[in-house]
Design a binder for this molecule. Structure first.
Ligand code: ZN
Length: 329
């Protein structure tokens, strides 16, 4: 079986090396050789170890794949620590390496804004688009999405669908099952499925702890928590939309201050990636407590030093939510 996998990998390597010239000529990807492949094991080293290579588009997709694959393949996360995946595009070199890999796992359109172009440029490598298989996806209001998707006519077919599915343990559990099916179909059969039990436990904790809360709405800087809010019975009010790296204008900040005063809020949820200008001004001009709710799009150095992972960060998020929603337990 291992021999067959190696032979298939070799076949793809030879076949796809002929596509690389096309990739070199294609200027759609920004070249940036300073980007770091988070997994730290280069594809060259991987080839020496004769392990298949799976590319994943950003942290939650990486975590899921890595947990399931265990040591049976090299799993590479395209987005380095502290990098915002909303704006990330792979370099030409990375695309060439992806063309020689055994599988590519993505989440969903416009989290991977390069997805369609990747599909055009990387042939003969199975590309799994996980959240596309989910039922009950959330459609965002049109006015919420118009800022970001100027070029939707070009290649965004589903640009108004909220991509942040991994932030609900219920949805993430479904993604795990979809990924298992796809991996097994592509000859990755010796999977460690213990992650399923950990995700079921996480889902139960969220259900139990968020069952009976005094407050029914969270206020966030990054509109990333719709699936979480819907699946566990509360609402989300986002004070600015989707992209956390966006620098808020003075008008944005003024409108947040108005909102805090109008709704008499005691707290808002922000995150590490949001501009300090936003949190500092809010703290200075209002009484509000600003807490960081982790969107799990990427890990920071602090997360990595603490050995934090999807499960431990989601547990921390739950503890913040139960406090600020005033949940009884
Ligand atoms: Zn996001």
């Amino acid at each position: 079986m291992k021999k067959i996998t190696i032979l298939i990998a070799l076949f793809f390597t030879i076949l796809l090396s002929s596509c690389n010239n096309d990739n070199q000529e294609n200027a759609w990807i920004t070249e940036n050789d300073n980007q770091v492949i988070q997994n730290q094991e280069s594809v060259e080293q991987t080839k020496k170890l004769e392990k298949p290579v799976i590319y994943t588009s950003y942290y939650p997709i990486y975590f899921l794949t890595k947990s399931l694959i265990w040591g049976n393949a090299q799993v590479i996360n395209l987005v380095p620590a502290w990098w915002e995946p909303h704006d990330f595009e792979p370099t030409l070199k990375q695309v060439a390496e992806m063309s020689k890999s055994n599988m590519i796992v993505l989440n969903w359109l416009w989290m991977e804004s390069y997805e369609e172009k990747l599909l055009e440029n990387v042939k003969n490598v199975p590309i799994v688009i996980l959240s596309e298989e989910l039922k009950d996806l959330i459609e965002l209001e049109e006015n919420q999405s118009e800022d970001i998707h100027e070029d939707e006519n070009e290649w965004h077919n589903h640009w108004n669908i909220d991509p942040h599915t991994w932030l609900s343990p219920k949805q993430y559990l479904q993604l795990a099952n979809i990924l298992i099916e796809k991996l097994e179909k592509n000859w990755f059969t010796n999977l460690d499925k213990s992650i399923l039990l950990r995700l079921e436990t996480l889902d139960k904790s969220y259900t139990n702890w968020l069952m009976d809360c005094k407050q029914n709405q969270i206020v966030t800087s990054h509109e990333a928590f719709w699936y979480l809010a819907r699946d566990y019975g509360f609402g989300q009010h986002a004070v600015f939309w989707i992209s956390p790296e966006q620098e808020p204008s003075a008008k944005d900040i003024a409108s947040v201050i108005d909102l805090i005063k109008k709704l008499k809020l005691n707290y808002i949820f922000s995150e590490e990636f949001v501009s300090p200008k936003f949190t500092d001004t809010i703290k200075k001009e209002t009484w509000v407590t600003v807490l960081n709710l982790h969107p799990l799009e990427s890990l920071s150095d602090i997360d990595e030093n603490n050995n934090s992972d999807y499960i431990s960060i989601m547990e921390k998020n739950l503890s913040l939510l139960t406090t600020w929603l005033e949940c009884k337990k």
